[in-house]
Design a binder for this molecule. Structure first.
Ligand SMILES: Nc1ncnc2c1ncn2[C@@H]1O[C@H](COP(=O)(O)OP(=O)(O)OP(=O)(O)O)[C@@H](O)[C@H]1O
Ligand SMILES: [Mg+2]
Length: 449
């Protein structure tokens, strides 16, 4: 708790709050200063205006009935609730009426010091030698200024307190959440791969960040799982061929020298075989890793089938088969053209290799329920329905196919590629031979793009 209290001072949230508080304080000081200047100026203008009105009344009295009336006006203004505080009517340097000492003749706005107070007023020559002055004490302006200043100080203090408290609260909540993130990351680093950052469901920036980190962790864990799986698979699946290689070499070692050359040739062939198997398994792992999804582009499936037809037509013919292509709708999917080519090649190669000569092979492209569907079908012996799922298992080969070269990985690779594209792959039940269909999820005709 004490650590949280001290640490919040170093958080970005608190730093930001402190900056905002400082900007706010500066604004209050500037605004306060401006308010003081404006009020003081307005007050002085008002004092001058009132003095001018008083002087006009004295002038009027003087103009109508002479000095006596002017004195009368001054005395009445001093006695009554007059607006100005001070008056002076003097003639030839002698006081006629008023509560100010005689002054040297001067006209216009004046300011004088009276017992430490500033008196602001206006002077006027009523007639040659006759002067009238009226003015007010500015002490009232001083009081107003102090009141404004006090209000400003309060405002400043309250704002500062609010900013600091708010900053501290925000920082503490921020700290709590960043601590939770750090704890989750540390738990994962310590081996608890299931740990995740708690989310509040508020959809704020920290929640979104936590969500993204959690997604990233899910992906890392999935990749680690994939790596683990691949390591296990390789260790498991390579054991048999490597043991066979070893047995062959042992037999050769025990056998006559004359057979060594033949045994060496067989060992090299077996090693090549293992390397091919190894490469195929790594390829599946790479596809399952999903890295290639980032390089997806629109692929026109019709054009792809056309190219494959050109490529495999002669091969099928050489094997005594016939290859046909049937494009009902040309559609585009987002994908990796090289991988999609490999998927279809694996299916066509199987149809050529695992069927007797004279088999008809058809590649077709259609749209089923607005989903692009690629099918490779043959009218060969087919595969019993109970084995359909097993065909996609790694290293699975039917007894009948063991005489042909291969590792039982072609359909596993095809499945990994289909899954990478979000497509489903499977045997169409009830077909004459074997028909395998790849069903994509979204359709786009080339003209759409
Ligand atoms: N068109 C087909 N007709 C009959 N059986 C087939 C056909 N396609 C595949 N199979 C069977 O499915 C098995 C698995 O096929 P898969 O492509 O995975 O491996 P493979 O062809 O034996 O070896 P490779 O790793 O070289 O592809 C084959 O061994 C074969 O028994
Ligand atoms: Mg194959």
């Amino acid at each position: 708790m004490c650590c949280v209290r001290i640490r919040f001072l170093h958080t970005e949230a608190f730093r930001l709050s402190a900056i905002y508080a400082a900007i706010f304080a500066l604004s209050v000081i500037l605004l306060g200063g401006l308010a003081l200047v404006i009020t003081e100026r307005a007050f002085r203008d008002q004092v001058v205006q009132f003095s001018q009105a008083d002087i006009a009344a004295i002038q009027n009295g003087y103009d109508v009935e002479g000095l006596g009336e002017a004195r009368e006006v001054v005395q009445q203004s001093m006695a009554g609730p007059g607006v100005s505080d001070f008056f002076l009517l003097q003639k030839d340097g002698r006081l006629v009426a008023g509560n100010l000492p005689v002054m040297p003749p001067r006209t216009g706005v004046f300011s004088l010091d009276k017992g430490g107070h500033e008196i602001l007023g206006v002077g006027k020559m009523l007639a040659p030698g006759v002067y009238a002055w009226s003015g007010s004490d500015l002490a009232r302006a001083l009081i107003a200024r102090q009141e404004i200043l006090q209000a400003m100080i309060w405002l400043f203090a309250v704002a500062l307190l609010l900013a600091v408290t708010g900053g501290a609260l925000v920082s503490r909540s921020f700290l709590r959440r960043s601590d939770a993130m750090a704890r989750a990351c540390r738990a994962i680093m310590d081996g608890d791969l299931k740990a995740r950052i708690p989310m509040r469901g508020t959809q704020d920036e920290l929640d979104r960040l936590a969500g993204t980190i959690n997604e990233m962790l899910d992906r890392i864990v999935a990749l680690m799982g994939n790596l683990h799986q691949v390591t296990n698979d390789i260790a498991h699946d390579l054991r048999t061929p490597v043991s066979q290689l070893r047995q062959g070499l042992e037999r050769a070692q025990e056998g006559p020298q004359s057979e060594h050359a033949q045994a060496l040739g067989a060992a090299i062939a077996k090693t090549d075989d293992i390397l091919v198997l190894f490469a195929a398994m790594l390829r599946i792992a790479e596809i399952e890793g999903g890295k290639r999804r980032g390089a997806f582009v629109p692929v026109a499936l019709g054009a792809l089938l056309g190219r494959l037809y050109e490529l495999f037509g002669p091969v099928a013919e050489a094997a005594g088969h016939s290859l046909a292509v049937d494009i009902r709708h040309d559609v585009e999917v987002r994908g990796d053209p090289a991988l999609l080519t490999q998927l279809l090649s694996n299916l066509i190669e199987n149809a050529i290799l695992h069927t007797p000569s004279g088999t008809h092979i058809t590649m077709s492209l259609a749209v089923l329920d607005s989903r692009p569907a690629l099918t490779v079908a043959d009218d060969g012996p087919g595969v019993p329905a109970n084995e359909h799922e097993k065909l996609f298992q790694r290293l699975y080969r039917r007894e009948a196919s063991r005489t042909h070269p291969g590792h039982g990985l072609g359909l596993s690779i095809a499945q990994a590629i289909a899954e990478l594209h979000g497509a489903q792959i499977g045997v169409i039940p009830g077909s004459p031979g074997l028909a395998i269909r790849v069903l994509f999820s979204a359709a786009r005709t080339p003209s759409d793009s």
